[in-house]
Design a protein around this ligand. Structure first.
Ligand code: PHE
Length: 343
């Protein structure tokens, strides 16, 4: 093989080299650019080339050397890019992190459901302060001063400036505010947190949630109350739910009743939740006492009304069968995650 052919062959070899990987690149470097590289041999051979051809061959070998250098630089770059991908802190193949969706608190779910059920028959939502004065929590609701009925609701009294205030013991206080500010017809429910001074246990807590309702218009009767509560029970617990009313006492209603719903768990067959009675107590209610209407400057000769109040925890207990009240305020995600499918 003469010199020209050798040059052509090496040129082809350089051009077709694929310099992927550190080892391949190093082999290439040693062969074409190392201290004992193959091109050096060509310069040796140049000595035996006729003088008039030396210049041309010299140039050919030089350009071969340049070609090898270019190719080597190219290969270095290629491998460097590859390494960078490999060593990068970002692992592009890693699965994406899961985005955890939150869930509504079960009490919020039930409260919203109650609001929706009464909203469908025209009840609006009213809210009021949790720190109340005596008038709105007691006096306007026909609790006479020093009357033992005030002891029914173990009140947290607090001092606020000169005035003695209380944490509201029920959201009936909100309804007094509504009656003071609006003219009948009034049709409203007041959801909210209430406080009572009780030792915390599975069955009692120092705070809980209520939804109380008030309806005042001309000719509102006890039958209206009963039908409204039956509608509520069937919307909340299913079309086959029944209710029964037992006489009771509240200072602000006359007559008053406590309402039971047929046990949704055993279908009234008898179980330990309904204590084998087939009935579960869900709320208190009654016709608004004329004294209460008068306190709010509503004429009891023209208007009548009914009121009712229920505990949200109690309804949640019956719907979700969560008996221990403490679970609702402990923020244990193992408990809360169970309500993820609820809205
Ligand atoms: N306010 C009463 C309670 O907190 C519930 C209730 C409301 C009863 C309206 C009758 C009428 O226990």
């Amino acid at each position: 093989m003469n010199l020209k052919e050798k040059i052509e062959e090496l040129k082809a070899e350089i051009n077709s080299s694929k310099l992927k990987g550190e080892e391949v690149l190093e082999t290439f470097r040693i062969k074409f650019l190392g201290s004992k590289n193959i091109l050096k041999g060509l310069y040796q051979e140049l000595k035996s080339v006729p003088n008039e051809q030396k210049k041309d061959f010299g140039q050919l070998i030089n350009s071969l050397k340049n070609l090898a250098e270019e190719k080597f630089e190219e290969g270095k770059k290629l491998n460097a890019d590859k390494n960078q991908m490999g060593q990068s802190k970002i692992d592009h193949s890693r699965p994406a992190e899961k985005v955890e969706l939150g869930a509504r608190h079960p009490l919020a779910v039930i409260r919203n459901e109650i609001i929706e059920i009464f909203g469908r028959i025209g009840f609006s939502v009213s809210e009021g302060p949790e720190i109340e004065d005596d008038w709105h929590n007691f006096s306007a609701l026909n609790f006479p001063p020093e009357h033992p009925a005030r002891d029914m609701q173990d009140t947290f009294f607090i001092e606020k400036g000169e005035k003695e205030m209380a944490l509201r013991t029920h959201t009936s206080s909100v309804q007094v505010r509504v009656m003071e500010n609006e003219k009948p017809p009034i049709r409203t429910i007041s959801p909210g947190r209430v406080y009572r001074n009780e030792a915390i246990s599975a069955r009692a807590h120092c705070f809980f949630h209520q939804v109380e309702g008030l309806y005042i218009d001309k000719n509102v009767s006890f039958a209206d109350l009963k039908q409204t509560l039956l509608y509520f029970a069937q919307e909340m617990f299913g079309g086959s739910a029944e209710i029964r009313l037992r006489p009771s006492y509240f200072p602000f209603t006359e007559p008053s009743a406590e309402v039971d719903v047929s046990c949704t768990i055993c279908k009234s067959e008898g179980c330990n939740v309904c204590k084998y009675t087939g009935w579960l107590e869900i709320l208190g209610c009654g016709m608004v006492d004329p004294n209460v209407l008068e306190s709010a400057n509503i004429d009891p000769k023209v208007y009548s009304g009914f009121a009712f109040g229920m505990g949200v925890e109690r309804i949640a207990q019956l719907k979700y069968r969560v008996g221990d009240l403490r679970l609702y305020s402990e923020n244990d995600v193992r408990f809360l995650n169970q309500f993820k499918s609820a809205y």
